[in-house]
Design a protein around this ligand. Structure first.
Ligand code: ISE
Length: 348
């Protein structure tokens, strides 16, 4: 792998230019001095060339593997569909290139474990995972309040995660993998503890939806050190994208507030704007995430966000949640000791 720990510009290839990949590409292009978008791939050529135009005309590649293996590319950002993440991340590890992979790291425990093993075999951390709430100023304020010690020991994490709508037919398992992974990561990160048992219940919110859909999920997490988490994940509320996280501690609480920056008075009403998706409310977090990633590549220090271990653990917990949803049972999460490669990470 090229030595990135100097002042030259890091050439980043972006794989996947849907809403998320295009947002990352634009943020990297506009906000980071030390990096440039040097390659784009998307199976939809129109989308790829639109993203390229946004980033100063970065070359569009014909396939993701030639992008990863191109000598001019120093680092890769993967924002393709969920079920391609593990395979593309493995290809980056094989090419010994740093990769920022959107969540989830994988869609099965087996694939997540394969990434972890490949990184362990290299003996250095090249994989970063895009759990962007770790960079969100509202979530980090809650984390800092807990770390200050002023609130006493955290007892309970409470999450709300709502989406306006989902594709017809989406299953509870897919919602747990794609959406609830954020909440699992948020609970681990804010409580500073691992999940040891899960209990999940799900409802179909309307009779006209596919019978296998479970779009209102209640997730209970029982953590190490005798604390707990509970999340409502409701993904068809028809009105808003909304996320919050609260820590209830022995002597106080801390909760994120929605990033509403203006009180709007209009049409006989006074209120706050709400967002249809996650891109605007988490824009600051996405920018902070890519800036930290690029800075970590320049300086050689660790990325402050989630590692392959966090991506793997989230997949382990997700698989337990899917089993609980399907069986109605309390399901244990059997985690091995944190491997040495990840044990010095400041963020669990
Ligand atoms: C997306 O990555 C998110 O950030 C949202 O919170 C989530 O609800 C959505 O399903 C994800 O794809």
């Amino acid at each position: 792998m090229a030595d990135l720990g100097n002042s030259r510009t890091i050439s980043v290839g972006v794989i996947g230019t849907g809403g998320m990949g295009t947002r990352h590409a634009g943020n990297l292009h506009r906000q980071t001095g030390g990096a440039k978008i040097a390659a784009i791939f998307d199976p939809d050529a129109g989308r790829a060339s639109q993203a390229s135009a946004l980033c100063g005309g970065a070359p569009v590649f014909a396939d993701p593997l030639s992008l990863i293996n191109d000598d001019r590319i120093d680092a890769v950002l993967v924002a393709s569909p969920d079920d391609t993440h593990a395979r593309l991340t493995l290809a980056c590890l094989q090419a010994e290139k740093p990769v920022l992979c959107e969540k989830p790291l994988a869609t099965s425990v087996q694939d997540a474990a394969a990434v972890l093993e490949a990184e362990a075999a290299l003996g250095r951390r090249l994989v970063s995972v895009g759990f962007m709430r770790r960079f969100d100023p509202y979530h980090t304020a809650v984390k800092n309040a807990a770390l200050s010690g002023e609130l006493g020991r955290p007892l309970l994490w409470k999450g709300v995660h709502r989406n306006a709508s989902q594709a017809y037919g989406i299953t509870g398992a897919a919602i747990l993998t794609n959406s609830a992974g954020h909440d699992i990561d948020s609970a681990r990160w804010l409580l500073g503890e691992e999940v040891k048992e899960v209990y999940v219940r799900g409802l179909l919110s309307r009779p006209e939806l596919h019978p296998d859909t479970r779009d209102m999920l209640l997730i209970e997490l029982f953590m190490t050190n005798n604390c707990m988490g509970v999340a409502e994940v409701y993904v068809n509320d028809e009105y808003v994208y909304e996320v919050s996280a609260e820590l209830v501690c022995q002597k106080g609480t801390a909760v994120t507030i929605q990033p509403d920056r203006a009180l709007i008075r209009s049409k006989g009403q006074r209120g706050f704007p709400v967002y249809a998706d996650w891109l605007s409310p988490f824009q600051d977090a996405y920018v902070a995430e890519v800036l930290d990633w690029i800075d970590s590549l320049h300086s050689g220090r660790s990325f402050k966000g989630a590692t392959a271990w966090d991506g793997y653990v989230t997949m382990m917990v997700t698989a337990a949640c899917i089993e609980s949803l399907h069986t109605g049972a309390l399901v244990p999460v059997e985690l091995a000791e944190t491997p040495g490669l990840y044990s010095n990470h400041p963020n669990l």
